[in-house]
Ligand binder design. Sequence first.
Ligand SMILES: [Zn+2]
Ligand SMILES: [Zn+2]
Length: 295
Amino acid sequence: MKLTILGSASHIPTRHRNQNGYFLETREETLLFDPGEGIQRQFTLAGISPGRVERIFISHFHGDHCLGLPGMMQRLSLMEVPHPLKIYFPEEGLEYMQALSKASKFTARIEFEFHPLKAGLCEENAKWRIEAHELLHSTPVLGYRIIEKTRWHFIPQRLREAGLEVAEIALLEKSGRILKKGKTILREDLSCRDNGKIFAYALDTAPCSAIPELIREADCLLMEGTYLRSEQALADAFLHMTAEQAGEYARDHGVKKLVLTHYSERYKDIAAYKKAVVKVFENTHIAKDFDIIEI
Ligand SMILES: [Zn+2]
Ligand SMILES: [Zn+2]
């Protein structure tokens, strides 16, 4: 997976930080999380075509997470991208989704698929699994967990040496072992394993009981750290997280890498974040706009 930060501000953008926007390239498809205002220009500055986005995930309908959506819908329509644009969002926000999708005059030239979600399984097939988890904020909010499933890539030379027929290869792929001329052949003997990655997305939320299940063993957790612990009272009042709390969650639930974002505009210099969080969880990336993070 590859994550590109298109915005790391919360509600108020700064000279160096746009509102939210996170572009995730997975093994299967390319996803965009929470397009805030200005997202189209951020794509241009990042050198990424917005037409590559196949699915958009909205965590909640505060403006910094969705005001870029009308522009993205119209842009992809203008580009006449060859795929439908699938949009996922908490079902309680349907009226905002409807308003945003009709925010200004345009003629839809592509198909839009709207997926109002409750917490639970969002999609599962042989390639991946997508889950939505209900978090705690001043409006309904969903966190998302994207799990790429293990894949086996057969090595052509080993297949030839084993002399397997097509039907036998299919059976081996499915069941993991077959019997050939009295000998057991294992899938791992003829292939290499691609474990897939887990990405967890948790914006905006106060600490809550759903977080451990959402983030456990994630290869990358993208989490809000709106405030520092010095502003804990503000974090509590507005149902947000401090950077240190995010670090504690990552440390306590087997997360491999934490990426922090959604900084309050009060912090002009985010260097203080690094100092505060690495003491709690060392493998923390303090996101800046246009950072690219290999997962
Ligand atoms: Zn926000
Ligand atoms: Zn919010």
